[in-house]
Every structure is written in C-alpha cells, then in structure tokens.
Design a protein around this ligand. Structure first.
Ligand SMILES: [Zn+2]
Length: 63
C-alpha cells in the first residue's frame, strides 16, 4: 500500500510505503532529496519509506 506525499517545503512528489515494525527505537531521520526538509520516518508502529516519484513539476511540463 502506498500513499502520495508531497514535501511541504518544495512540493517534491513522493510515494510513501508503510512497513510495520516492532522496533521502538528511534530510527534514522529521512530528508527530502530536493531541499533536505525532514520527514518523519516512523509513525504508529510503522516505518515510513519515501520514494521520489516521477517529476511532474510545472517547470518540466513547460519545456
Ligand atoms: Zn523538499
């Protein structure tokens, strides 16, 4: 199951995959590949993995 996510800072599009885990320890932080905005890597018992999706930003479309 994937969810769509956009970086709240630069609007870069990501697909988010949730992976259930029993680990309770702090996980490494995830950062936007475009602007380094920090995303949460853990939520409600699941690890969040972010995959940048094909760019569909306005600049590319105007080419
Ligand atoms: Zn960003």
């Amino acid at each position: 199951m994937t969810e769509q996510f956009r970086c709240p800072s630069c609007q870069a599009p990501y697909a988010v995959v949730r992976v259930e885990t029993d680990e309770k320890e702090q996980l490494g932080q995830v950062n936007c590949t475009e602007c380094s905005f920090p995303f949460s890597a853990y939520e409600n018992g699941s690890i969040l993995k972010y995959f940048k999706t094909a760019s569909s930003n306005v600049r590319a479309l105007r080419k």
